[in-house]
Write a protein that binds this ligand. Structure first.
Ligand SMILES: C[S@@+](CC[C@H](N)C(=O)[O-])C[C@H]1O[C@@H](n2cnc3c(N)ncnc32)[C@H](O)[C@@H]1O
Length: 248
């Protein structure tokens, strides 16, 4: 685990949670989560998906590698069985769950194929999803900005960011069902976007934190331009690639 998301729950929610909250119902629909489903949320972080699963009447357990997020989850969802554990080695018995879901996690795992095999051990069905790169307006604008100011982003995981890669990850376990999940995130204004990016959440936030004062100013100007110089509220679109499998 790269540790790139080791920030507070509120900071995560401001930057990425606003997207994962609206993604969660689409992902749960695609995965086929129903009332009474026994569901495991892998890489749950602040619980955007956990909340959706509970709202559907599923019985939910959650796992994450980050002690900080495990603490946030336990506080937010006192009735959920929250474990500090890697997906590659889940502390559950075989067949404990109807479904194991990993929303926006596989790219950050140290061994995603092993994690998927482990999810398939503990659950009857496995579903994963990851953002695209060019298909996410926020990431596309940050990449274009990095290029424009000559400080490119490096070293971040960009695995499992296409439909093909996500499907291939699940293919060893059976016939893969796939979908594209489109969401929109709303911002009050550009300042709200900038503040969320400035919380140093994930690879994009780390990139901003690596800039010197002059580069920061250039990045601010260029990003504002990339979004069409919004004077008030604006929205950004994002697409996730989802795949699910029910091993025989
Ligand atoms: C982008 S967040 C996903 C958050 C959440 N599922 C959501 O939709 O908002 C990725 C998180 O997955 C967790 N993670 C990374 N590797 C993991 C692994 N091998 N097993 C379980 N969780 C992992 C980390 O806490 C990391 O911050």
């Amino acid at each position: 685990m790269s540790g790139v998301f080791r920030v507070g729950g509120d900071e995560y929610d401001a930057f990425m949670g606003r997207y994962s909250k609206v993604l969660a119902p689409l992902f749960a629909d695609f995965a086929g989560v129903e009332a009474q489903s026994r569901a495991l949320d892998v890489g749950a972080v602040t619980g955007a998906l956990t909340a959706e699963l509970l709202a559907r009447g599923a019985s939910v357990a959650a796992a994450d590698t980050s002690p900080e997020f495990v603490a946030v989850l336990s506080e937010r969802f006192p009735d959920v069985d929250v474990r500090e554990a890697p997906a590659e080695s889940l502390p559950f018995e075989s067949g404990d769950f109807d479904i194991a879901l990993a929303q926006l996690v596989v790219a950050f795992m140290s061994d995603a194929p092993a994690a998927v095999a482990e999810m398939a051990r503990v659950a009857r069905r496995v579903a994963v999803c990851m953002w695209g790169v060019a298909e996410v307006e926020m990431f596309r604008a940050i990449d274009a900005t990095a290029e424009a100011i000559g400080v490119t982003r490096g070293g971040e995981p960009r695995r499992y960011r296409t439909s093909q890669e996500v499907n291939d990850l699940l293919a060893p376990h059976g016939e893969v069902e796939s979908a594209e999940l489109d969401v929109t995130a709303a911002y009050r204004d550009f300042d709200e976007f900038w503040e969320a990016l400035d919380h140093v959440v994930g690879p994009a936030g780390q990139w901003l934190a690596s800039l010197d004062a002059g580069q920061r100013e250039q990045a601010h100007e260029e990003l504002f331009r990339q979004f069409g110089s919004p004077q008030g509220p604006f929205e950004l679109k994002a697409r996730a690639f989802a795949a699910a499998v029910t091993p025989a």
